[in-house]
Structure formats: structure tokens, C-alpha cells
Design a protein around this ligand. Structure first.
Ligand code: HEC
Ligand code: HEC
Ligand code: HEC
Ligand code: HEC
Ligand code: HEC
Ligand code: HEC
Length: 495
């Protein structure tokens, strides 16, 4: 047998080669950690800058004493151990204002109010505090829940301890802009925050705590961070979440950035009271004594996204249907305040119209009342002529199929126009209201006048009988203080 082909000998060689390789590998790693470590390079460079900037002997001696070592800030109250200062050595040194990162001086205004020793860095910046390479500190690739925020988005963390609107000199201007946009762009018409808002989208109270793994990223290109997700989602919701009901509301890049900052700021953290700024504590107390509600502002925030100005029926591409004109005189003349309030409190379950009462959209009765007053404006409710007696539901059915189902849907459901089978509609609408709507139609909306088209009292009575036969079981009458005399105003009304 040839010695080289001895299997035992071969495996001994293999063992030798592999152990030499792993020793080399370990040695390289050790050198990388100890001699060529990123933070050491940074500190050596910093020391050189420090020496160059030393004007006198005292400064020079101090610079020479700068030792190359890991530095860290520990703040047990915030559960923070941050080694960022191992690289960002010049953060509190005004002389470093002309240097590039990581040596540059920090905004001193901020550090004056938030001393590094008391606040650390990740409290405001996020990122992996213990990391000793910049890449790990960023934590975007690593399995790190809250990676370093880009500097442009850092204001997202201010709201943890502040009421951003109260901050001086607009130091959280972008965040405040995002809060305003949230109201102006009607985001609250579909999203609740602190229990107030619509219900088509998820509540957003703690959306800023969600990690990237909690978002659907199959269609997300570019940076796989939550902030890139939000920015892209605001630009084109359907592009990330196919089939979503969230519309693209037409935002500039700057507006998307401000909204992203606000979205990321939505989070609750339990912090020791001592860390809450006075303005945050005042904000908490202010919430216990809400100001008198303003109808117009509430309408803009919660209703206008869907109803627009409310002066005409709006075609919604997103919902593929008409949204009723609720500030239209033709409507307001026919509907009294109690009825309006009932529609708003309960919404129209099964349609896009959410309920807004305390248990649904979270609006207080006083707020609903303010909205009703705003909708009504100058238009008075006029006493309606009595409705014709209900006739034959069978004849009504035929009339409905011919004249109405094309818009209102077969059986008064799932059409382009209000769902007449809806329980809340059936409860809130009187016969006189329905009859008058059919007879006169509604100006500024696609609802035609069938009186003009030749339908007489009897046909309208037949339609009434049919429409009432559509009624879905009504959840038994919660009363919202409707005036009892209302039905007398409506005349020959029976329910
Ligand atoms: C190993 C050294 C190192 C550590 C540790 C480190 N940084 Fe940096 N940091 C850098 C360098 C280098 C840059 C400049 C990077 C560049 O310009 O690409 C930088 C840039 C930044 C920036 C500028 C914005 C950006 O994304 O480029 C911020 C903010 C920042 N660091 C915060 C932190 C925080 C907070 C920590 C601790 C969690 C930290 N850094 C830890 C080296 C470090
Ligand atoms: C009170 C919150 C807060 C704390 C605490 C804080 N920062 Fe900042 N930092 C900010 C904000 C906001 C900005 C961006 C705006 C600015 O420069 O005023 C910023 C900017 C920076 C930048 C420059 C980023 C750029 O590209 O301009 C670096 C680097 C940085 N911080 C590092 C740190 C480090 C390291 C610590 C801890 C020693 C720290 N910060 C502590 C809020 C904070
Ligand atoms: C961990 C809590 C915490 C965070 C996060 C925080 N601050 Fe503060 N901040 C404080 C406290 C506490 C004070 C002390 C003043 C007080 O009690 O009102 C303060 C004071 C200030 C002041 C001076 C007082 C004033 O109202 O003008 C400014 C400006 C300020 N912070 C801006 C910011 C900005 C901008 C951010 C976000 C980048 C931020 N803070 C993040 C806790 C925080
Ligand atoms: C017509 C209703 C509607 C409007 C208006 C709307 N959204 Fe949405 N939103 C949704 C729906 C539905 C979802 C869930 C599906 C999805 O992610 O697209 C959603 C998802 C979200 C999410 C992700 C929440 C999570 O936990 O995954 C955020 C953040 C968000 N919306 C913010 C906004 C902002 C900001 C605005 C205002 C510019 C807005 N939305 C306007 C319906 C709406
Ligand atoms: C061309 C489409 C169209 C046709 C046809 C049509 N409607 Fe309408 N109808 C509407 C629209 C749109 C509204 C909502 C108007 C608004 O914005 O206030 C409406 C409103 C109504 C309302 C009031 C609903 C509410 O929630 O206040 C009733 C009742 C009604 N229609 C009955 C009928 C009947 C009965 C017929 C057939 C005889 C009919 N409509 C035919 C489009 C139509
Ligand atoms: C997400 C979209 C959406 C939002 C937000 C919304 N609505 Fe509606 N609203 C609708 C739709 C759709 C209908 C028609 C529902 C149906 O009957 O099919 C409707 C119907 C109504 C009606 C009944 C109109 C009629 O003709 O009888 C009233 C009143 C109303 N909304 C008031 C409001 C008020 C007030 C707000 C804000 C507090 C609001 N809505 C917010 C979509 C919305």
C-alpha cells in the first residue's frame, strides 16, 4: 500500500490544515477587535485633532491625556447603556464645530437641556447603544427593533417627554407640521388615536413602536426600515398593501417626511416622571379639561376627507360610490337636528360611514352637537308635508327595480348611493323624509326628482311600502334624546 493513500494519514493532514486556518482566523478577529477596532481608529483621529487644536500648554497636556478606551453613558432610569460617545467624542466640545462626523460638536442648545449623563443618546436617536461599530450602532441590518433614526427624523422621539406644540423656537417644527397634516389631510376619518377617529383603518396609538417585521414589506423596495415603509405607504398605499382602502391623499415629499415623523412619534413609553418636561405634564392636564368644541374644525378633521365640502355629492374613486352631500340645503331642509345627530352617532353600519358616538368614533355628545350646528349653518328644517299612505310593496318592488336599484343597489344594498335597507337609515328617516326626497330629489346630487319624472302620490306610497319592507332588524332603540314631537311634525308617520 502506498503511504500517501493511507486514510488515517490523510485525515491527520486535514485536521492540521483546518486547525491552522481557525487559529489564523481567530488571530485576525482579535487584531480587528483590539488593534484595528473602528472606535479606536476614530479615537486616534480625534486625539490628533485635539492636539492640533490645543492652543496652549494646558490644553496640550489635556489632549495628550486623552486615553484610547471604550466610553459609555449608563442611565438606569431609562434602561440606557450608550457607547456612542466612544466615537462621538467631541459632542460636548465647542471647538469641534468645524469637524466632520463623528467628531463634530452636537447642537449645544439640546445638550444643555438634556445633559448626556442624564439622557444618553438613544433616548432621542434610537440605535443600538452597546455597539462599537457604526453599522451595528445604526442597527438597520441587525435584528434590532429601533434602529438609529436618520437625523432628519430624530424629532419623532421628542413627543415621548414633550408636548411638541409647546416647545420653544420651533425645536420640533417638523413633528408639529406632521400633527397638523394629520388633521388637515383627514387621516382621523379612518384612524383612531386615543379612542377618537374613524374605523376603516387600524388605530394608530402605538404604531411608532411597531418594528419593520410587523409591516407587509413584500413590495417595499429600497431601505427596509419602518420610516421608508411609512413614506412609501403614504405615497402609494396600494403599492405596498394591495387592495387597501387607504387612499393616496397627494402629499409632497416634505409633507410625507413630516407625517412620517409624526407616525413614528406615536408611542407610549413608561418613563419616570422626572423625565417628563413640564409642557408634557400640562398637556396631560389640559386633556382633562377640553376646550369648547368647534364644529368646523371637527368637520375638517373627521368628516371632510370623505364628504369634502359637503355641498355636493362626491364620487369616491376609492370606495366606488357617492358620498352624500351633508351640508346641502336640499338635504338639511328635510332632516331635523335629532335625525342628523342619530346618523352621526351611529353611522351606517355595513357602509364606509363609521359611527362617531362615544363608544364608536369617540366623539363626545357636545362635539356631535357642534358638528350638527356646523352642518346646519343657516338652513332651517322645514315642516314636511305628510307622506302618502304606504301602498303595495309588490308594486313598489317593481318601481324600485326600474327606477332606483341602478344607483341604490338591488334590495337597497351595495349600490353607488345610500343603502336604504340600512338599519340606522330606516330608524332615523321618517316616511315624510323619504317621500319628499323621492318627490323632489336632491339638488347638487345625482338623486333625481321623481315627482317631475311623473311619479304620483300612489307610486310614492308603493315605494315607501317596499323600502320599509327592506328594513334589516333594528338593534333595539337606544335613544339619543330625540324630541317626541318630531313624528307629529312629520305628519302621517307610523313605525
Ligand atoms: C464606531 C464608531 C461609532 C459609534 C459607536 C457610533 N457612531 Fe455615530 N457616527 C459614526 C461615524 C463615523 C459617522 C459618520 C458616518 C457617515 O458620515 O457616513 C456617524 C454618524 C452619526 C450620525 C449622523 C447621521 C447618520 O446617520 O449618518 C448620527 C445621528 C449618529 N452617528 C448617532 C450615533 C448614535 C446615537 C450612536 C450610539 C447608538 C452612534 N452614533 C454610535 C461613528 C460612530
Ligand atoms: C434631546 C434629544 C437628543 C439627545 C439626548 C441627543 N441628541 Fe443628537 N441630535 C438630536 C437632534 C434633534 C438632532 C438633529 C438636529 C440638530 O442637530 O439640532 C441631533 C443631531 C445629532 C448628530 C448630527 C446628525 C447630523 O447628521 O446632523 C449626531 C452625530 C448626534 N446627534 C449624536 C448624538 C449622540 C452621540 C448623543 C449622545 C451623546 C446625542 N446625539 C444625544 C437630539 C438629541
Ligand atoms: C426623555 C425625555 C425627553 C426627551 C426624549 C426630550 N426631552 Fe426635551 N426636555 C426634557 C426635560 C425633562 C426638559 C426640562 C425642561 C422642563 O422640565 O420643562 C426638557 C427641555 C427641553 C427644552 C427647553 C425647554 C423648552 O420648553 O423650550 C427644549 C427646547 C427641548 N427639551 C427640546 C427637545 C427636543 C427637540 C427633543 C427631541 C429631539 C427633546 N427635547 C426630547 C425631556 C426630554
Ligand atoms: C379612507 C380611509 C383611510 C384614510 C383617509 C387614511 N387611512 Fe391610513 N389606513 C387605512 C387602512 C384601511 C389601513 C390598513 C391597510 C394598509 O396598511 O394600507 C391603513 C393603514 C395605515 C397605517 C399603517 C398602520 C399599521 O399599523 O399597519 C398608517 C401609519 C396610516 N394608515 C396612516 C395614515 C395617515 C397618516 C393618513 C392621512 C394622510 C391616513 N392613514 C389616511 C385607511 C385610511
Ligand atoms: C342616478 C342615481 C340615483 C337614482 C336613479 C336614485 N337615487 Fe336616490 N339617491 C341618489 C344619491 C346619490 C343620493 C344621496 C344624495 C345626497 O348626496 O344627499 C340619494 C338619496 C336618496 C335617499 C335619501 C337617503 C339618505 O340617506 O338620506 C332616498 C330615500 C332615495 N335616494 C330614494 C330613491 C328612490 C326611491 C329612487 C327610485 C325611485 C332613487 N332614490 C333613485 C342617487 C339615486
Ligand atoms: C370614511 C368615509 C366617511 C367619513 C369619514 C364620514 N362619512 Fe358620513 N357617510 C359616508 C358614506 C359612504 C355615507 C353614505 C352611507 C350609506 O347610507 O350608504 C355617509 C352618510 C352620512 C350621513 C347620512 C346622509 C344622508 O343622506 O342621510 C351623515 C349625516 C353623515 N354621513 C355625516 C358624517 C359626519 C358628520 C362625519 C364626520 C364626523 C362623517 N359623516 C364622516 C362616509 C363617511
Amino acid at each position: 500500500m502506498h503511504p500517501n493513500s493511507d486514510p488515517a494519514r490523510l485525515s491527520k493532514w486535514a485536521l492540521l490544515v483546518s486547525s491552522v486556518l481557525s487559529i489564523v482566523f481567530l488571530a485576525a478577529a482579535a487584531i480587528r477587535e483590539n488593534v484595528a477596532a473602528e472606535w479606536k481608529g476614530v479615537q486616534r483621529e480625534y486625539k490628533t485633532i485635539l492636539l492640533a487644536k490645543s492652543a496652549d500648554a494646558v490644553a496640550r497636556r489635556r489632549a495628550e491625556a486623552f486615553s484610547i478606551e471604550i466610553r459609555q453613558v449608563t442611565v438606569p432610569a431609562l434602561k440606557v447603556v450608550d457607547r456612542c460617545v466612544s466615537c462621538h467624542n467631541g459632542i460636548e466640545d465647542g471647538r469641534m464645530a468645524d469637524q466632520s462626523q463623528p467628531h463634530r460638536t452636537h447642537s449645544q442648545e439640546l445638550l444643555k437641556w438634556h445633559p448626556v449623563a442624564k439622557f444618553g443618546c438613544t433616548t432621542c436617536h434610537q440605535g443600538q447603544g452597546l455597539a462599537l461599530t457604526f453599522n451595528d450602532a445604526k442597527g438597520e441590518e441587525a435584528f434590532w427593533d429601533y434602529p438609529l433614526l436618520p437625523a432628519a427624523l430624530t424629532e419623532a422621539t421628542c413627543a415621548t417627554c414633550h408636548d411638541p406644540r409647546a416647545l420653544s423656537r420651533g425645536s420640533a417644527a417638523k413633528l408639529v407640521r406632521g400633527m397638523e397634516l394629520f388633521d388637515v389631510k383627514g387621516c382621523a376619518s379612518c384612524h383612531k388615536i386615543e379612542g377618537k377617529g374613524g374605523s376603516l383603518g387600524p388605530a394608530l396609538d402605538n404604531v411608532g413602536l411597531k418594528t419593520k417585521h410587523q409591516f407587509m414589506r413584500a413590495h417595499l423596495s429600497g431601505s427596509q426600515t419602518t420610516w421608508n415603509w411609512h413614506s412609501e405607504h403614504l405615497r402609494d398605499p396600494g403599492g405596498l398593501v394591495p387592495g387597501t382602502k387607504m387612499p393616496s391623499v397627494g402629499l409632497t415629499a416634505a409633507e410625507r417626511e413630516a407625517l412620517t415623523v409624526y407616525i413614528l412619534s406615536l408611542r407610549k413609553r413608561d418613563l419616570p416622571e422626572a423625565y417628563l418636561a413640564n409642557d408634557k405634564i400640562e398637556e396631560k392636564y389640559a386633556k382633562l379639561h377640553p376646550a369648547a368644541p368647534k364644529g368646523e374644525a371637527l368637520y375638517a378633521k373627521y368628516c371632510s376627507h370623505c364628504h369634502d365640502t359637503g355641498l355636493y355629492a362626491r364620487w369616491s374613486k376609492n370606495f366606488k360610490r357617492f358620498i352624500p352631500a351633508i351640508r346641502n340645503q336640499a338635504f338639511l331642509r328635510l332632516e331635523d337636528d335629532e335625525c342628523l345627530a342619530e346618523n352621526i352617532l351611529e353611522g351606517r353600519p355595513g357602509t364606509e360611514m363609521p359611527g362617531w358616538g362615544p363608544k364608536a368614533g369617540g366623539l363626545r355628545e357636545a362635539e356631535i352637537q357642534a358638528i350638527v350646528e356646523y352642518l346646519r349653518g343657516e338652513t332651517k328644517f322645514t315642516a314636511l308635508p305628510p307622506a302618502p299612505a304606504r301602498g303595495s310593496a309588490e308594486r313598489g318592488h317593481r318601481l324600485f327595480t326600474m327606477n332606483c336599484a341602478g344607483c341604490h343597489g338591488v334590495g337597497g344594498k351595495n349600490g353607488f348611493a345610500p343603502a336604504l335597507a340600512n338599519a340606522v337609515f330606516q330608524k332615523a328617516a321618517t316616511d315624510a323624509f323619504i317621500a319628499e326626497t323621492i318627490r323632489n330629489g336632491r339638488g347638487n346630487t345625482p338623486m333625481p326628482s321623481f315627482g317631475r319624472a311623473g311619479l304620483g302620490q300612489q307610486e310614492i306610497g308603493d315605494l315607501l311600502a317596499y323600502i320599509r319592507s327592506l328594513a334589516q332588524p333594528v338593534r333595539q332603540a337606544r335613544s339619543y334624546g330625540r324630541a317626541p314631537e318630531r313624528d307629529q311634525v312629520a305628519g302621517s308617520e307610523e313605525r
